[in-house]
Design a protein around this ligand. Structure first.
Ligand SMILES: CC(C)(COP(=O)(O)OP(=O)(O)OC[C@H]1O[C@@H](n2cnc3c(N)ncnc32)[C@H](O)[C@@H]1OP(=O)(O)O)[C@@H](O)C(=O)NCCC(=O)NCCS
Length: 187
C-alpha cells in the first residue's frame, strides 16, 4: 500500500481493485455512499429514491461476476484512497445481442466532479470495450442530463434514438436518449 496524498486520481480496473484488499473491502459501502448522495441530490441514475446499501452491494456483485466471466468491465477512481467515482458496462444477455454491450453507469461524487474523472472513467471503459471486441457500445441517459450527454458526444457517441417524455420522476417526464458508438465503423 502506498498511502501518501497524491491529488491525482488513481484509476483501477476490476483486477486492480481486487488486488488491493483494503479498497476492495470498502468498495460496496463507498459506492453506495456516492450513488445515494447523487440520487438524493437529483442525479439521473435510474433511481427515484436513493438505493439501499443491499441493493448497491447486489448490483456490484452482479457486475464483478460479469467481469470475471468476460461479460463486462468495471473502472473505479480513487483520490487519496477515497473512492470518488466508478462506471461499468455489461455485455447484453440476449443471444442475438451478445456482440454488444451497454454502458450502464458512470458516477462521480459531487465533491470530485469537474476534474476530469468522469472523462477518464468513460475513456477507459470505451478502451476496455474495444479491447474486448465489443461491436457496439450503447448507453441511455435522461434528456436533461446535458453535462453527461456532452461528455459522451465528445468521446464519439452519437444519438440513435429518443423516447419523448418517457422517464418518470414523480409527475415530471423527461426524454430517454439513446447513444451508441459503433467500433466497426471506426478505423
Ligand atoms: C456526468 C458525470 C459522470 C461527469 O463526471 P465529471 O468527473 O464531473 O466530468 P469531467 O470533469 O470528466 O468532465 C467531462 C465533461 O463533462 C461535461 N461536464 C461535466 N460537468 C459539467 C458541468 N458542470 N458543466 C458543463 N459541462 C460539464 C463537459 O463536457 C466536460 O468536458 P470538459 O471538461 O472538456 O468541458 C458526473 O457529473 C456525474 O456523476 N453526474 C451524476 C451521475 C450521472 O448523471 N451520471 C451519468 C448518467 S447517464
Amino acid at each position: 500500500m502506498t498511502g501518501g496524498v497524491t491529488h491525482e486520481p488513481l484509476l483501477l480496473d476490476a483486477e486492480g481493485l481486487a488486488a488491493d484488499r483494503e479498497l476492495e473491502a470498502r468498495f460496496a459501502e463507498s459506492a453506495h455512499r456516492i450513488l445515494a448522495d447523487l440520487v438524493g441530490g437529483g442525479a439521473a441514475l435510474g433511481w427515484v429514491e436513493p438505493p439501499s446499501p443491499d441493493e448497491v452491494a447486489g448490483l456490484l456483485r452482479h457486475v464483478v461476476s460479469a467481469v470475471r466471466a468476460g461479460d463486462g468491465a468495471l473502472r473505479v477512481a480513487y483520490l487519496d484512497r477515497r473512492l470518488v467515482g466508478f462506471g461499468y458496462w455489461l455485455r447484453y444477455g440476449r443471444p442475438t445481442h451478445r456482440p454488444h454491450a451497454d454502458l450502464e453507469k458512470i458516477a462521480v461524487a459531487a465533491s470530485a466532479q469537474r476534474r476530469g474523472i468522469g472523462r477518464s472513467l468513460t475513456t477507459a471503459l470505451i478502451d476496455d470495450a474495444r479491447a474486448a471486441g465489443i461491436e457496439v457500445l450503447t448507453l441511455d441517459a435522461r434528456g436533461d442530463n446535458t453535462h453527461a450527454l456532452a461528455l459522451y458526444r465528445s468521446l464519439g457517441f452519437v444519438e440513435y434514438g429518443r423516447l419523448p417524455d418517457f422517464v418518470a420522476v414523480g409527475e415530471r417526464r423527461y426524454d430517454k436518449v439513446f447513444y451508441m458508438v459503433d467500433f466497426r465503423r471506426q478505423g
